[in-house]
Design a protein around this ligand. Structure first.
Ligand SMILES: C[S@@+](CC[C@H](N)C(=O)[O-])C[C@H]1O[C@@H](n2cnc3c(N)ncnc32)[C@H](O)[C@@H]1O
Length: 277
């Protein structure tokens, strides 16, 4: 475990993802490799295939990846995207992530898949990146910045470590410009934050830093689809699982219902944001 000290909001996210219940839930129910929103093509599409499709879609947006590339995955979870990119391109990937528990699983999978020479799993916080300026060709992230209490700082850090001409690509669950407080509040309460990012926020932050907007893909309809799939999977698997507490499962089902409801009401956005330095 880490001896690092983090700010209040970051420490809260760390404690949550390090808890046995959350670790087991994200590993055994959500998919183990990828724990972000998927791109669903039909009613029978499994969570894992849809989540992998998100990685493939993001990869297809990038123009500068190759064997010599250096990639940072900020908030890498179990490291599914890092393994995908390292396997496909033979590039060097830093999988920086807050949860030491997830990072242990990540390192284990990298070793099992013969990719540990390409992937450096780092315990850390994307609000304070332990890298020099201009260190990476690509900065990548999926569904992690929502946990930050200071997304402006996150954008500054990502920009700082990106090489000139480098690409920043990420997904994030965000609030929509028309979100009603009453629809958003249950979701914010669940992640213990006052706000979420938005397409506009990230676009402005990137432009203010001097980045070019390459593409913004609004895929918000996938958000309620994904969270309802996860809820259904959790209900189905709960009966067979004794290693996740009933209290956690009940709270998670309630939380997922809030995400689905807010998504269906148009209070939430999700998509792929792509910028160039
Ligand atoms: C929903 S998961 C997504 C994980 C991964 N990107 C994926 O798509 O599979 C959110 C992740 O953000 C990480 N995280 C949250 N706050 C962070 C921070 N300040 N610095 C680094 N990682 C963070 C958590 O450890 C968690 O793994």
């Amino acid at each position: 475990m880490s001896d690092k000290s983090y700010s209040g909001v970051v420490e809260k996210a760390r404690e949550y993802y390090n808890s046995d219940d959350a670790d087991n839930f994200y590993y055994d129910v959500w998919g183990g490799e990828d724990i972000h929103i998927g791109l669903y093509q039909g009613p029978e599409d499994p969570i894992r295939a849809a989540s992998q499709r998100t990685v493939e879609k993001m990869d297809s947006c990038l123009s500068n990846l190759g064997k010599d590339s250096k990639v940072l995955d900020a908030g890498a979870g179990f490291g599914g995207a890092a393994r995908y990119l390292a396997k496909k391109y033979g590039c060097q990937v830093v999988a920086l992530n807050l949860s030491e528990k997830q990072n242990e699983r990540d390192r284990q999978m990298n070793k099992e898949q013969g990719l540990d020479h390409l992937i450096d799993v780092v315990d850390g916080d994307f609000e304070n990146l332990p890298y020099e300026d201009n260190a990476f060709d690509v900065v990548w992230s999926e569904d992690s910045f929502l946990h930050s209490g200071n997304r402006q700082k996150v954008m500054q850090e990502l920009y700082r470590v990106l090489k000139k001409g480098g690409e920043l690509i990420f997904t994030d669950p965000m609030q929509s410009p028309d979100a009603q407080k009453k629809d958003l509040q249950p979701v914010l309460d669940r992640i213990h934050l006052e706000t979420m990012g938005s397409f506009e926020f990230y676009k402005k932050a990137a432009k203010d830093l001097g980045m070019e907007v390459v593409q913004i893909l609004d895929l918000s309809h996938q958000l309620p689809e994904h969270y309802s799939r996860v809820a259904a999977e959790l209900k189905e698997k709960t009966a067979k699982m004794s290693h996740i507490s009933k209290e956690y499962v009940d709270r998670m089902l309630q939380g997922l219902a809030h995400w689905v409801e807010a998504g269906k009401k148009g209070a939430l956005n999700w998509g792929i944001l792509h910028f160039r330095k």
